[in-house]
Design a binder for this molecule. Structure first.
Ligand SMILES: C[S@@+](CC[C@H](N)C(=O)[O-])C[C@H]1O[C@@H](n2cnc3c(N)ncnc32)[C@H](O)[C@@H]1O
Length: 264
């Protein structure tokens, strides 16, 4: 393994272990994620075919999207809920009770490297693919799993995510560790005209600025961008000092990608 490959593996391992640790707190701290998953389900459901389908979910977490979709699937459908984190897959399977007519299975899987033999009519993911090292390449790879007539439907994060937090960091002389998310236009350009990219804002209001850090910890989403050292306790104190104890609102800039299978 080359040194860059080892670095990449170590970074992904950090991402995985933080989500593993957050499986028990995710539901309490992830209400914004729940709303984003519900909105994605609202986009997917009217587009579902009326025949039994094979669904593949990437980064299922504790199952917000799984739970929103499964009761509405046509009878006889099969759903494979996957995640990088084994604890998240276990949480999803213990929470989501599928209707009798639907088969739900789970698997630990890196969504950037799914086995090639996994055909699907629907590939979905909410708030997970922003952890891909190469988002357009990862989405293109997932789209190749679609059977004719299938749909890839995902939410991910755009460049306006946590703007207020990043401003606070810069004002304190600290380089924020927020990964570099794409603009909606950049993602459109990377995926091409057959993909639809919608943009929306999911506000994250906190009574106190410290609540933002608790949200990141509780949802497991606190791994800094690759190559970026985690902020030290001293740096965090400097950032927080500017607004300690005050209300703070930031937001997820949510990009929703709807990408039909390639025409045969
Ligand atoms: C913010 S949570 C979203 C979970 C769920 N989809 C939801 O809407 O609440 C992100 C999830 O993506 C998973 N994840 C991160 N990188 C991944 C990857 N490369 N492949 C599969 N899952 C990944 C994490 O383990 C975590 O469970």
């Amino acid at each position: 393994m080359t040194a860059p490959e080892k670095k990449e593996q170590d970074w992904k391992e950090t991402v995985r272990s933080r989500f593993d640790s957050a499986a028990a707190t995710y539901d309490g701290d992830g209400q914004a994620q729940r709303q984003i998953a519900a909105a994605l389900a609202g986009q997917i459901l009217p587009r579902l075919p009326r025949r039994p389908l094979r669904g593949l979910e990437i980064g299922c977490g504790t199952g917000f999207l799984t739970a929103a979709l499964l009761p509405a699937l046509p009878a006889g459908s099969q759903w494979l809920a996957t995640d990088l984190s084994a604890a998240m897959v276990a949480a999803c399977l213990s929470r989501v009770i599928p209707p009798d007519s639907i088969t739900l299975t789970g698997a630990v899987m890196d969504g950037e490297a799914p086995p090639q033999t996994l055909p699907a009519d629907l590939v979905v993911s909410s708030m997970a693919v922003q952890w891909f090292r190469d988002l357009p390449a990862g989405l293109r790879r997932l789209r190749r799993h679609l059977a004719p007539g299938g749909l890839l439907a995902v939410t991910t994060l755009g460049s306006g995510t946590f703007t207020e937090w990043r401003d606070l960091c810069r004002a304190a002389g600290v380089v924020p560790g927020t990964p570099p998310y794409p603009t909606a236009d950049a993602l459109r350009a990377a995926l091409g005209p057959s993909a639809t990219v919608l943009q929306s804002r999911q506000p994250l209001p906190f009574d106190r600025t410290e609540g933002f850090l608790r949200h990141l910890r509780g949802t497991g989403a606190r791994t800094a961008a690759p190559g970026h050292p985690p902020l030290s306790a001293g740096q965090l104190r400097r950032v927080l000092r500017q607004r300690a104890g005050q209300p703070f609102t930031t937001a997820y800039d949510v990009l929703t990608v709807l990408w039909p299978a390639e025409k045969p």
